[in-house]
Design a protein around this ligand. Sequence first.
Ligand code: PEP
Ligand code: MN
Length: 369
Amino acid sequence: MIVILQADIAEDSPEYRQVLDYLRHKPNISTRVHREIGAIRTVTEIYVIGDTMTLDQAEVESLPGVERVVRISEDFRVVGRHLNDPRASGFEYHGVRFDQDNLNVFAGLCAVDTPAHVERMMKALRDHGQVCTRMGAYKPRTNPYSFQGHGKACLPWVFELAGKHGIQVIAMEITHDSHLDEIREALEKTGKPTGVMLQIGTRNTQNFELLKAVGRQSEFPILLKRGFGITLEESINAAEYVASEGNHKIIFGLRGMKTNMGDPHRNFVDFAHVPVVRRLTRMPVCIDPSHSVGSRDGSPEGIPDVFHVTAQGVIAGANMILVDFHPAPTQALVDGPQALTLEELPWFLEDVRIARAAYEQRRALAAKR
Ligand code: PEP
Ligand code: MN
């Protein structure tokens, strides 16, 4: 059960105390308070866990200070979409809105390599009206002898270049909770010229201690990638791990499943799950066409498969695209074969625009019924 209190209720108000006391005196019930301090208002939600069927919903709703009570029957207490659930979906971060109704593109380098390449990428993004990017500094690699990223050494100059080119949010994978401190420190040192979205990669989807660590902080939003060899439900539970620690700013990322049934694609594209995640949860849904497809191959008319699967996700309502680009793919230190070129950026963005317009038309058509 979620007890939603009236907006802007103070923690030291008698109403707030009374609701908590009421709940805390009930047997086999525990509570966890989540306060979201927004620009316009502060929302307070009390997550009630345990034997909630014994609680009288009308009685709780009649307590002073209570706006609404939502009964949650299933799992995914925080991230789930429940019946008559008025909680807003999505969030704003560093001036960019993320929700289930809009679409943001994060084109960029799978792995940061040279300042010249990073700058060319960011300049191209700015020239095409983009304010988000992806930049990997910590790369989990299958082979221990492969390049694992420049780590904290590159953070200051990457953040400075982002600021110089008006990039507001960088999606950046972390593989250890110490990376969180390194990112925080580099942002402080450079005067916070940009924002960072912490990416949890598919190899860490069930690294529960890492999930709890990123969930305990609320400064940075999280892009949680689906685990490549576990069920969708297990991956959504991983998002719930983050949320249960207090950070509700989570985007759920689809990136394909590991099976040779998807050959010749690198992973079996799973973007048919875009509407499923939007139905089951309130999280914005990201698609990663690059790690799904894994190559620059295309269809006979000359459209790369990366474009095709992007369109498939976008036409189904995806809210974010994480896609690999590189100014010189043959020189990329990680995942060059799947990177699109800067010359292809305007083409890609226009193709996305076409798919998004089709989604909006489909949505309008459904609304007429
Ligand atoms: C990545 O986005 O660079 C990455 C490693 O993705 P994934 O975790 O989906 O393999
Ligand atoms: Mn990669």
